[in-house]
Design a binder for this molecule. Structure first.
Ligand code: NAI
Ligand code: MG
Length: 336
């Protein structure tokens, strides 16, 4: 209820993270969202309990609150610790990453009819963190695909399609070459598809999928795929509608955890310059509100964001405008 604030975890993250997290805080204030943020920062030292710069307390905060919003986290390379994002995904068992992507009214790109959702397996595949040197000059990386994780993400994709009135699920793969790994992934998708006769199921090889997405993205509805493919395809999809400044996502974890985040990274090239487009993180925060069933607030905020972009007076540089992050944010708040 309105009188009891809901506690949610906030990781402002690195690079442009704190700037766009500030936008979310301002917009939530303007819309009177009954959320109290529990802010956690990336630590300065490795926490032995997480083997990364993420503190145990910050993980506990998400486990306790079950909802949160995270900014991008850059990982310093080659220091003998786990990636922050991998740590979060593994420790919190964030098994599916849902990435909706739709043409924004009033913002013209080559297409005006993109409306698809990428569902990315989020815990294994090439991102299992199992890489080592075999001998000098030869390195090895293990791609792990399990029946359990594949069934779980496929189940989520079909469940999502049903719940959101979607008609088709496409499993994206390279099983012609990766016969064992992607073969198992497909087998699991097929098994789940049988339980959902209302949903059309198809299998598309990833290279062909890229070509079709660029040529006619309206062919796709819900796409489900292993980790690495999901990472790549979702940036491609962002490009179809205007770029990474626009596309949100939500990580779904076991036990009802939802940790929303933008698809993009910390954008070091524009960090600290008040230039970042906060739309991706704002729309991510909207998915968090929907998870909390705060649909009125979610609708109002989403409408204010989309209207501001459609009107075109205030747009950030990535969309061809001249507004700063703060000016764009203020324009949204004024609508609220
Ligand atoms: P990136 O997504 O940070 O940036 C790619 C390009 O898109 C850059 O030109 C950037 O300026 C632009 N861009 C991204 N977000 C934008 C926004 N909101 N508004 C306007 N322009 C935006 O990818 P990059 O440069 O490859 O990665 C930078 C760092 O972020 C790396 O350390 C990477 O590991 C990390 N990363 C973290 C992610 C996460 O926390 N989930 C996801 C992707 C990358
Ligand atoms: Mg990515």
């Amino acid at each position: 209820t309105e009188s009891n604030p809901i506690r949610a975890t906030l990781f402002p993250g690195d690079g442009i993270g704190p700037e766009i997290a500030e936008s979310v805080k301002q917009v939530f204030r303007a819309a009177d969202v009954p959320i109290e943020w529990e802010e956690h920062y990336v630590g300065k030292e490795i926490d032995p309990r997480t083997q990364s710069f993420l503190t145990w307390e910050s993980l506990e905060s998400v486990r306790r609150n079950k909802v949160g919003l995270k900014g991008p986290m850059a990982t310093p390379i080659g220091k003998g610790h786990r990636s922050l994002n991998l740590t979060l995904r593994k420790e919190l068992n964030l098994y599916a990453n849902v990435r909706p992507c739709y043409s924004l009214p009033g913002y013209k790109t080559r297409y005006d009819d993109v409306d698809l959702v990428t569902i990315r397996e989020n815990t294994e595949g090439e991102y299992s963190g199992l890489e080592h040197q075999v001998v000098r000059g030869v390195v090895e990386s293990l791609k792990i695909i399990t029946r359990q994780a594949s069934l779980r993400v496929a189940e989520y994709a079909f469940h999502y399609a049903m719940a959101h009135g979607r008609e088709r699920v496409s499993a994206i793969h390279k099983a012609n070459i990766m016969q064992k790994t992607d073969g198992l992934f497909l087998k699991c998708c097929r098994e789940v598809a049988e339980k959902y006769p209302e949903i059309t199921y198809e299998e598309v090889v990833i290279d062909n999928c890229c070509m079709m997405l660029v040529k006619n993205p309206a062919l796709f509805d819900v796409l489900v795929m292993p980790n690495l493919y999901g990472d790549i395809i979702s940036d491609l999809c962002a490009g179809l509608i205007g770029g990474l400044g626009l596309t949100p996502s939500c990580n779904i974890g076991e036990g009802g955890i939802a940790l929303a985040e933008a698809v993009h990274g910390s954008a070091p090239d524009i960090a600290g310059k008040n230039m970042a487009n906060p739309t991706a993180l704002l729309l991510s925060s909207v998915t968090m509100l929907r998870h909390l069933e705060l649909h009125d607030k979610a609708d109002r905020i989403q409408e204010a964001i989309l209207k501001t972009i459609a009107e075109g007076k205030y747009r950030t540089g990535d969309l061809g405008g001249t507004s700063t992050t703060t000016e764009f944010t203020k324009a949204i708040c004024d609508k609220l």
